[in-house]
Design a protein around this ligand. Structure first.
Ligand code: HEC
Ligand code: HEC
Ligand code: HEC
Length: 152
């Protein structure tokens, strides 16, 4: 966690060179940093540097707005993240520890509850998972269960 935070800060400092520089840092530091699959398309919804450090705030903020005010924009949609960042191998952002969203998080020991309700694969219903009584059915691709949907 601390190491990743340090890495992210360092990456931000290095700025535009980060993509080139990052792989060489762990080699020097002897730290095994997560290897990320590149997202689809030319670029992310915001600057890569910004996304590295602030994606959590974007998502949470967006979620709060969606829930409390009924605002729903698509720019920072979680569904979109999944569409671009799903792995070539598993088709998911969090099925294996190498998948995009899971790679950093397992490294940093961050655990998300998002996937209890939200699909980790584009255009698919999420797998039924523990908690929330998630059910696979004719729900929106985003949602497994609306049962407890408003409570978070
Ligand atoms: C208990 C179920 C539940 C959990 C857990 C949950 N959400 Fe949601 N989320 C919902 C529901 C319900 C909606 C509204 C669905 C809709 O608008 O179609 C939603 C909508 C969203 C949206 C806006 C719609 C979109 O496609 O972007 C975002 C962003 C979002 N959630 C992010 C998160 C993140 C990040 C987490 C984990 C930190 C999370 N959610 C965890 C139920 C959940
Ligand atoms: C249109 C496709 C697309 C969408 C939608 C998208 N991304 Fe990205 N994302 C990318 C690409 C491409 C990169 C790599 C950009 C680069 O090489 O500079 C990237 C980079 C990132 C990074 C930095 C990865 C690293 O190497 O450090 C994070 C974190 C990230 N995205 C999270 C998200 C989140 C969270 C969402 C949803 C809010 C999202 N992305 C939506 C395409 C996308
Ligand atoms: C470049 C590494 C990296 C990538 C890639 C990444 N994350 Fe994160 N994420 C982190 C770190 C580090 C934290 C913890 C930040 C903190 O604790 O301040 C975090 C935290 C979060 C949180 C907040 C968790 C909480 O409980 O507060 C959410 C939500 C989140 N990430 C969603 C995503 C999603 C969705 C993706 C894939 C689209 C993704 N992240 C990809 C590094 C990453």
């Amino acid at each position: 966690m601390a190491r990743l935070a340090k890495w992210l800060r360092l990456a931000a400092l290095i700025g535009g060179a980060a993509f080139v520089a990052v792989p060489s840092i762990p080699a020097v530091a002897g730290v095994d940093l997560p290897k990320l699959e590149k997202g689809k398309g030319e670029k992310c919804v915001e600057e890569t540097q910004f996304m590295r450090r602030n994606h959590m705030d974007l998502l949470k903020h967006h979620r709060d707005e969606t829930m409390r005010k009924g605002i729903r924009t698509t720019k920072h949609s979680l569904k979109k993240c999944v569409e671009c960042h799903a792995s070539e191998t598993t088709g998911s952002v969090a099925a294996s520890k190498e998948d995009f969203c899971a790679a950093c998080h397992s490294y940093a020991a961050v655990k998300l509850d998002c996937w209890d309700c939200h699909a980790t694969k584009p255009g698919k219903n999420p797998l039924p998972q523990m908690g929330q009584g998630g059910q696979v059915g004719q729900t929106s691709p985003l949602m497994a269960s609306t049962q407890n949907g408003g409570s978070k």
